[in-house]
Unconditional design. Structure first.
Length: 204
């Protein structure tokens, strides 16, 4: 966001993310469904850290935002999107046109967590970019050996397929050998719908 239209809070260089274990400690009593997503989800699936992570992301159903905000009451939330980072008031809702929220540790001046609000609920997981792609949440959420919830790799890679960044290619290469035939089939079918010309289709 080097050309941000509006920016509240410290610069992007101030990202010093929590570890998955720290996120779990903060949210374990939230009482709502949440899961680590992005590159960290791939590493939790694999049981090892395969690369450096600049941030850490979780997803929650949008309906759970107020409960998660309460659990994060010691931190300041910022709505992110469309080239803006805007500080939210203590009880302000996340704007309906935004799905991303950064968590600021004001005492340290560091960004700690990226919260993604998605459609769906405690029972059904829905792909935010095409809600026709959905599944029971229990199918889409795994658990690390220490009990940290993470989005399964086929769903993580569906999001990452849009970008084709070096880290996305690395995550695909790391996860693919460990994915089941069922997981590969799910990703192949989903990619065929939203990215029918994607290079990954030939490798699945």
């Amino acid at each position: 966001m080097t050309d941000a239209k509006h920016w509240d809070g410290p610069p992007i260089e101030a990202w010093e993310p929590w570890s998955p274990e720290q996120v779990n400690a903060v949210l374990k009593d939230a009482g709502v469904p949440w899961a680590v997503v992005g590159g960290w989800a791939i590493d939790l699936f694999l049981g090892r850290e395969t690369r450096h992570h600049e941030d850490i992301e979780i997803e929650i159903p949008r309906s759970a935002f107020d409960d998660v905000r309460l659990q994060l009451s010691g931190y300041r939330l910022h709505a992110v999107g469309d080239g803006e980072v805007r500080r939210l008031g203590a009880v302000s809702p996340l704007p309906v046109d935004k799905h991303q929220c950064w968590v600021l540790d004001e005492a340290a001046g560091k960004w700690r967590l990226d919260v993604m609000c998605i459609p769906g609920d405690a029972q059904i997981w829905r792909y935010r970019r095409d809600e026709r792609i959905n599944a029971p949440r229990e199918w889409m959420i795994g658990r690390s050996d220490s009990g940290i919830p993470f989005l399964v790799p086929e769903a993580v890679l569906l999001f990452k397929a849009k970008y084709g960044r070096e880290k996305d290619e690395a995550d695909f290469a790391a996860a693919l050998p460990e994915m089941t035939d069922q997981a590969r089939d799910w990703l192949r079918n989903a990619l065929s719908r939203v990215h029918p010309e994607h290079a990954w289709l030939g490798r699945l």
